[in-house]
Ligand binder design. Structure first.
Ligand SMILES: *[C@@H]1O[C@H](CO)[C@@H](O)[C@H](O)[C@H]1NC(C)=O
Ligand SMILES: *[C@@H]1O[C@H](CO)[C@@H](O)[C@H](O)[C@H]1NC(C)=O
Ligand SMILES: *[C@@H]1O[C@H](CO)[C@@H](O)[C@H](O)[C@H]1NC(C)=O
Ligand SMILES: *[C@@H]1O[C@H](CO)[C@@H](O)[C@H](O)[C@H]1NC(C)=O
Ligand SMILES: [Cu+2]
Length: 444
């Protein structure tokens, strides 16, 4: 007999919240406070939520790291450790006791809910001696997909079945970075946990899983493109808003910047986009002219180097949204650019799930690539890792009024401006109108 056990594995802090269309009230209490923690032979006082904390772990003060990065115009310093459920694992100094352990019984099946809660890195994840069967991604059921390795971008989740069918022993689970850009500095460390079978000697040396090379884009692409939804979907076939959006890096006042359709998003400081929208007071806060296409057509993914130094690399900082009616079908072709450098950007959409219709490398070909669309059982996600030097096509229905951010989930790219927002108008019914803010909404 097989029993299922739920295990939550997060590479760093994760906060699970559920929002249903039925609008059930879900209450959470967050106690935010200082906590003294020992990791990597260092003692630090860090801010923890309900006594839980990330770990992706920096020995330095993370606020200093962020500020130093922003002031220099370069990426902030890398973390010193990735973690599994806040434990770095025994490959890091002073971390033998800080190793996540999962006790298993031979013959049982375990459901692992895996969340990449790291800030700036996609991660490969493998378990020695076991294959994994993905049954959901971003909380949408998938056809069971058997694999030896997962890749998750920050914000991605996967529900995975692990059958404890190996000889009773100890096995490492391990995660390390998938680096899609050509950069000299990236975290090369590996976080580990141990799967310990009942009856195995706790002194035995665990076996280690093979992990892909840091730059193994083919393995990442195979995983990202092999998932399909469990059941067929009624994908809307008529598109109301067709957008072609370039996604990538650039320069703003000689500092690194990032943009969508050459708009580097400036976050409003006076009031939130949603408050301004609700008050009908966009003026002075944002404009509603986010472009449907990039201002210039160019050879987006050509890496010859001429792009990096050329006149296209500059971008402008603007607060602008795309206004759409309630119930519209939006299609976005997300096209990575080689300005500064190609990179896989995990683009996250708030407020909606979307269908992933197709993905590929190079420039999106309007005449040919629509033939690759999966309109039957496409994966349903809320974060799409756009292939490095490539493109992805997503489609969704704006059935949720309000202002919804679209942004790269690599934290480093947010202050650089890799974001835009959809302003979805109210629909005709009470249920499709944006409710007023709660009376106790904190003001900035
Ligand atoms: C938390 O620690 C910071 C820096 O060490 C300190 O400035 C702050 O007052 C502390 N907060 C509380 C509530 O103890
Ligand atoms: C970032 O790394 C550099 C080089 O190792 C170091 O000099 C600097 O102090 C680090 N910054 C912070 C905030 O720790
Ligand atoms: C990239 O651009 C260069 C310079 O314009 C050109 O010579 C080269 O053929 C292009 N590469 C591809 C693959 O199109
Ligand atoms: C982006 O906008 C800047 C500033 O207007 C301009 O210099 C640059 O050529 C534009 N780049 C692209 C790719 O359109
Ligand atoms: Cu990014």
């Amino acid at each position: 007999m097989t029993s299922y056990q739920n295990m939550l594995i997060a590479f760093a802090l994760c906060i699970l919240m559920s929002f249903g269309a039925q609008a059930a009230v879900v209450e959470h209490t967050f106690n935010v406070g200082n906590k003294t923690v020992n990791r990597l032979c260092e003692e630090r006082t860090i801010v923890a939520v309900n006594n839980k904390f990330p770990g992706e772990w920096w020995n330095a003060n993370v606020v200093d790291v962020e500020n130093e990065g922003l002031a220099s115009g370069r990426p902030p310093n890398n973390s010193d450790a990735f973690t599994i459920n806040a434990r770095p694992g025994d490959l890091y100094p002073c971390s033998k006791q800080h190793t996540y352990k999962l006790k298993v019984v031979q013959g049982e099946t375990y459901l692992l809910r895996i969340i990449n809660a790291a800030l700036n890195n996609q991660l490969f994840f493998s378990v020695a001696g076991h294959s994994l069967t993905v049954v959901a991604a971003d909380a949408g059921y998938t056809k069971p997909y058997k694999t030896d390795v997962l890749v998750l971008a920050p914000g991605h989740t996967a529900d995975v079945l692990l059958v404890a069918d190996a000889p009773p022993a100890r096995y490492y689970m391990a995660a390390r970075a998938y680096i899609s850009a050509v950069v000299p500095n990236f975290p090369r460390t590996t976080t580990t946990g141990i799967i310990e079978y009942e009856g195995a000697s706790s002194k035995s040396t665990p076996t280690f899983p093979p992990l892909p090379a840091f730059n193994d884009t083919p393995t990442a692409h195979k995983f990202y493109t092999s998932l399909t939804s469990l059941k067929p979907h009624e994908v809307p076939l008529t598109v109301d808003e067709s957008m072609f959006v370039t996604v990538g890096l650039g320069l703003y006042q000689s500092k690194l910047a990032a943009s969508m359709n050459n708009v580097s998003f400036e976050f409003p400081s006076k009031t939130s986009l949603l408050q301004a929208h609700f008050a009908g007071a966009a003026a002075g806060i944002y404009t509603a002219d986010f472009p449907d296409t990039p201002p210039k057509v160019f050879d987006y993914t050509n890496e010859t180097g001429t792009l990096n130094a050329g006149p296209l690399v500059a971008t402008e900082r603007v607060t602008t949204v795309k206004r759409v009616r309630f119930g519209a079908t939006v299609e976005m072709v997300l096209q990575n650019t080689a300005l500064v450098g190609i990179e896989n950007h995990p683009i996250h959409l708030h407020g909606f799930n979307f269908f992933v219709l197709a993905q590929g490398f190079g420039n999106y070909n309007t005449k040919e690539d629509w033939k690759k669309f999966n309109l039957i059982d496409p994966q349903v996600r809320n974060t799409i890792a756009v292939p490095t030097g490539g493109w992805a096509v997503i489609r969704f229905v704006t059935n949720n009024p309000g202002v919804w951010l679209v942004h790269c989930h690599l934290d480093v790219h947010l202050p650089w401006g890799l974001a835009m927002a959809f302003e979805v108008e109210d629909g005709p019914t009470i249920e499709s109108k944006l409710p007023p803010p709660p009376v106790d909404l904190p003001r900035c």
